[in-house]
Design a protein. Structure first.
Length: 285
């Protein structure tokens, strides 16, 4: 049982999630994740200390061990490392029952391709950053899954309309919340609510939704109506550190909607895993 009183989501994992705490750990992670690991690992580590635009924007083809090939810039490598290396979403879900999946905060498409490889049938991938979105489209084509993946170049937000996306040097940290990184670039993007995301698909339901939207999750769930929540079966939410916000607020909204909720706390974020009453995990919460 977690400190919040919620069940421990780590027991729902197929394998334990790991953390990277040193340069050697990063090299080991890259080696275990990519077949062509050496150059990506060196460039990624160099970018942590020396990050000119030419280095961050260097594009690589990453060959995932026992997985897809991905196009990514050095600034995007955190996405495949997180999904395929650290096992961020490797929970014991029966993916063969996941006919309709939403990937909110898709980045270059790592989770989308991970879900397809595990048996998910149809996916909507939502990514706001125009340059990252182009790579998402390229990776969908590279994997030959255009017939199974819809895409949306929008930012998931509490309210629709134009908003500003702030992008620091690593693309996985891009957010519509203004951060403390004065070097972050800014671009105007269109915002869309979760309700609009779901309705845009025409699907009767969403079997699984992954949400990694860098701090906007609190406002999004604060504005979410019960009817929209009830249309989703399983939810993975990465909750980030935002002043005045806490993952228990989102957990409470889900519990009030009848979901079972578990959490896993790490150094950088909290992962909430929730399932509606009509969904059964192999190891139920």
């Amino acid at each position: 049982m977690a400190q919040s009183g919620l069940p421990d989501a780590s027991r729902l994992r197929r394998r334990p999630s790991t953390q990277v705490s040193s340069s050697l750990a990063l090299l080991a992670l890259a080696r275990s994740t990519f077949e062509n690991w050496f150059v990506p690992a060196v460039l990624r580590r160099t970018a942590a200390w020396f990050a000119p635009a030419w280095l961050l924007n260097t594009k690589l083809t990453l060959r995932i061990r026992s997985g897809p090939r991905l196009k990514a810039r050095v600034r995007d490598m955190g996405d495949p490392l997180d999904v395929f290396g650290l096992g961020a979403y490797d929970f014991r879900v029966d993916w063969t029952q996941a006919q309709y999946v939403v990937d909110a905060g898709a980045n270059v498409g790592s989770f989308t391709l991970f879900a397809i490889a595990h048996g998910a049938r149809q996916i909507l991938a939502v990514e706001p950053n125009p340059e990252t979105y182009d790579l998402l489209l390229e990776n969908i084509r590279l994997s030959g899954v255009e017939d199974r993946v819809l895409t949306l170049n929008r930012a998931v937000a509490a309210t629709p309309g134009r908003t500003t996306l702030f992008s620091p040097k690593m693309s996985t940290a891009a957010s519509i919340l203004a951060g403390s990184d004065s070097a972050a670039s800014a671009v105007t993007v269109e915002g869309v609510t979760l309700r609009e995301v779901i309705e845009s698909t025409g699907w009767p339901r969403v079997d699984l939704m992954k949400i990694d939207i860098e701090g906007s999750e609190y406002a999004v769930f604060g504005a979410l109506d019960p009817d929209t929540i009830s249309r989703v079966g399983v939810i993975f939410i990465e909750c980030h550190s935002v002043p005045g916000c806490h993952p228990r607020g989102i957990a409470l909204r889900l519990l009030e909607a009848g979901f079972k909720v578990a959490e896993e706390v790490s150094l950088k974020s909290t992962m909430l895993v929730a399932n509606a009453p009509w969904v059964v995990f192999p190891a139920p919460i």
